[in-house]
Every structure is written in structure tokens, then in C-alpha cells.
Design a protein around this ligand. Structure first.
Ligand code: ATP
Ligand code: MG
Length: 138
């Protein structure tokens, strides 16, 4: 079933010039880019994005990290896109991420794990509404 999911290339990924590499992998897989922008994320947007983690010890750090520089927001569409993308990005903690995944190939620290991707279709719909209020191109 065709799904649309949100991918963020976090500030660490942009700083390390991984925009092309990550986008190339997504396109090479056969998934379609239907929304794409480089932006500095407003704090309110990032707090809403990570609302599920409010109150946890790492909440402030993860919000600060997302606000520390430009991010790329992408809407990605294709068959089972939510799960396909999560698997391609790898486990949250890069030490546990499979080699061949983005985190398994390019990251070592949970504080700088390079990308975000929506965890399920419901989260994807909510996150796409937050990051692409203007809608996507399809
Ligand atoms: P993301 O939502 O960024 O794609 P994820 O879905 O793999 O990552 P979440 O559980 O949603 O993981 O955590 C959101 C982010 O918060 C993680 O990407 C990570 O940077 C940070 N984080 C999560 N758990 C921890 C932890 N135990 N210690 C420190 N940071 C954490
Ligand atoms: Mg998450």
C-alpha cells in the first residue's frame, strides 16, 4: 500500500554534507520525494514534533539539537514507505544500527543520529501536517 512518511536530515547530517547521500539512498530504493525543503526549524515546531518525549530526560537535548542548525524536511512516498524508511535509517542508537543502514554506516552517537523518520502511519500523518502545512506535491 502506498504511504507517505516524514524524513528529517538533522543538523548533524546537514553539517556533514550527507543530504545527497541520504536522498540518493531513498531514491535508489524506488521511493519518491514528494516534499523537500531546507529550513531552520522553529522551537515550537520541534517541541510539537517530539511531544511524545516531553518530560523525558533527553527532551531538552533533542529539541536543542534539532534547533542547532538547518534541517532538511522531506516527504517520501511509496509502497510501505513508513517501514521501508525506518529500516533504511537503522536503530535509534547507531551502535545497534545494522551496517548498510544510514545510522549504521554514518553515525556512532544517539545524540547525533543524523535522521528522523516517522514511526507509524498515524505519526507520519501528524508529522507531515506539522512540517508541510502547505501540503505535498503528488
Ligand atoms: P527519531 O524520532 O529522531 O527518528 P527514533 O524514532 O529512532 O528517532 P525516538 O525514541 O523517537 O527514536 O527518540 C527521538 C530522539 O531522541 C532520538 O533520535 C534520539 O536522538 C533521542 N533519544 C531517544 N532515546 C534516547 C536516550 N535514551 N538517550 C538519549 N537520547 C535519546
Ligand atoms: Mg521517533
Amino acid at each position: 500500500m502506498s504511504e507517505t512518511t516524514l524524513v528529517l536530515i538533522k543538523p548533524g547530517g546537514v553539517k556533514r554534507n550527507l543530504i545527497g547521500e541520504i536522498t540518493r539512498r531513498i531514491e535508489q530504493r524506488g521511493l519518491n520525494v514528494v516534499g523537500l525543503k531546507l529550513m531552520r526549524a522553529p522551537r515550537e515546531l520541534v517541541e510539537a514534533h517530539y511531544a511524545e518525549h516531553q518530560g523525558k530526560g533527553f527532551f531538552e537535548d533533542v529539541v536543542n539539537y534539532l534547533c542547532s542548525g538547518p534541517v532538511v524536511a522531506m516527504a517520501i512516498q511509496g509502497p510501505n514507505a513508513v517501514k521501508a524508511i525506518r529500516t533504511m535509517m537503522g536503530a535509534t542508537n547507531p551502535i545497534e544500527a545494522t551496517p548498510g543502514s544510514v545510522r549504521g554506516d554514518f553515525a556512532l552517537s544517539i545524540d547525533d543520529n543524523l535522521t528522523h523518520s516517522s514511526s507509524d502511519p498515524e505519526a507520519a500523518a501528524n508529522e507531515l501536517a506539522l512540517w508541510f502545512p502547505e501540503g505535498i506535491v503528488s
